[in-house]
Design a protein around this ligand. Structure first.
Ligand code: MN
Ligand code: MN
Length: 295
């Protein structure tokens, strides 16, 4: 089961200007084949379906624990998309076509379907698919798949980074580059334990250091690239049997931190009257609150 903390894993800035096309590009990192929906659902189903858990507990703990972090990554990318969409339109009566800015935006679903918020789809608007999930039951193959998935995700993050210098895009992608590299390294270490092959020697894929990206470098300077968070009050402790030793980046020891990152606030999304969202008039809200408080 899951506990939930009403915070983002990092603070996402408010966009200075709405940038709906940057939001559309970021959708690939949420609902594309290599997006956060895919990393979450792959690891979570592998954890549900894990066989011989008691004898292979460190690997079960690793997959289950990283899945939980990925749940927070969806939340983070959605917040970045929402930030970029905020302010795209202005309130006006329907006959003044207040949603016209959405007509020529890259993803019209953001304006027609979701009231200017994230959707469960990719940068082309195609829905995320369950057949992106690979859960074969073979430990070596599933770990190899997860390593590949993190590397594919890293390539696509870098390409989205190269599309936009919007600070919202770069803040989210910079952090997720660092966390994705942690996961790729963790799966490489797990594969080495199972096979004896030094898979981490293949990293980074693609062949460019996170230090080339200022928004990733700032997290690495804090040691976040050497940190695996344990997202549970008491469980998944055996991740420390895999996540230990010298970091492949050669700048310190790998550490397990008990508990989530400090994180940042969940931004408040303003009302959008022209989208009828949330569509509850002020006097009705006041009346609801009066009734809830029994007055
Ligand atoms: Mn992720
Ligand atoms: Mn990941």
């Amino acid at each position: 089961m899951f506990l939930r903390i009403d915070r983002l894993q990092i603070e996402i800035p408010a966009a200075k200007e709405p940038d709906p096309n940057a939001a559309a590009a970021l959708q690939e990192l949420l609902g594309g084949r290599f997006g956060e929906m895919s990393t979450l659902m792959n690891y979570i189903y592998q954890s549900f379906n894990f066989r011989a858990r008691s004898s292979l507990k460190p690997f079960y703990d690793l997959v289950a624990n990283i899945a939980t972090e990925e749940l927070g990554h969806i939340e983070l990318i959605a917040a970045a998309i929402n930030s970029l969409l905020t302010g795209s339109t202005k309130p006006a009566p329907p006959d003044k076509k207040p949603l016209e800015p959405g007509k020529n935006a890259r993803n019209t679903h953001h304006f027609i379907a979701t009231a200017q918020t994230a959707l469960v789809g990719d940068s082309m608007g195609a829905p995320w698919r369950g057949d992106y999930v690979f859960s074969s039951g073979n430990l070596k193959l599933d770990l190899l798949h997860n390593f590949f998935l993190e590397c594919g995700a890293r390539l696509q993050k870098i390409r989205v980074y190269e599309m936009s210098d919007n600070p919202v895009v770069r803040e989210a992608v910079g952090y997720l580059l660092v966390r994705g590299s942690v996961h790729a390294t963790a799966y490489a270490k797990a594969l080495e334990l199972v096979t004896g092959v030094n898979v981490a020697k293949m990293l980074p894929i693609p062949d460019i250091s996170n230090k080339e990206f200022p928004e990733a470098r700032k997290w690495e300077e804090k040691g976040i690239h050497r940190t695996l968070y344990r997202f549970s009050p008491n469980d998944y402790r055996d991740i420390a049997l895999i996540w230990r030793g010298t970091a492949p980046t050669g700048d310190g020891e790998l550490v397990v931190v008990d508990g989530p990152p400090e994180g940042g606030p969940i931004p408040e999304l303003p009302e959008i009257p022209e989208e009828f969202a949330p569509g509850v008039p002020k006097d009705v809200v006041e009346d609801i609150m009066r009734r809830l408080k029994g007055k």
